[in-house]
Design a protein around this ligand. Structure first.
Ligand code: ZN
Length: 139
């Protein structure tokens, strides 16, 4: 498989193998007009196996969504074929409208305009809880 190198765009690198689909879905990459390459199980000397996503456009990314799925991802910004910026992600302390509360009795299920806010309550186990009803979401 040959993937053309990107002239202007974004590379999400060092994605834990198997996590790229979830990032693709949470970022809504399926709705983009530009070409997006999702490459799974790439050999990595550091990680053994990793996933990579290449986006052929400079679009705004929801870093919280990426950090929620996989805080080890690195983001390379490419301009004119050159790497101009490298960003590291960290585990976000709050995430808004990234995941949605599944508790049918939660206020967010009746108050449609409320943002779905989850707070990180357990760093070690990556546990997020709904700000309104404390429902737990483990990733
Ligand atoms: Zn809730």
């Amino acid at each position: 498989m040959k993937i053309d190198s990107i002239k202007n765009g974004i590379v999400l690198d060092h994605i834990t193998a198997g996590k790229s689909m979830e990032i693709y879905r949470l970022l809504g990459l399926d709705s983009l007009e530009c070409s997006v390459a999702l490459i799974k199980n790439v050999h990595s000397s550091k990680m053994g196996k990793k996933d990579i996503i290449k986006i052929d456009a400079d679009i705004p990314l929801n870093l919280d969504a990426i950090g929620y799925v996989d805080p080890g991802v690195t983001i390379d910004i490419i301009r004119d074929g050159q790497l101009v910026e490298k960003k590291n992600i960290s585990l976000p302390t709050t995430i808004t409208n990234v995941i949605f509360c599944k508790n049918p009795r939660c206020i967010t299920s009746t108050e449609q305009e409320l943002p779905h806010v989850f707070r990180l309550t357990d760093v070690g186990n990556k546990v997020f809880r709904c700000m309104y009803c404390e429902t737990k979401e483990t990733n």
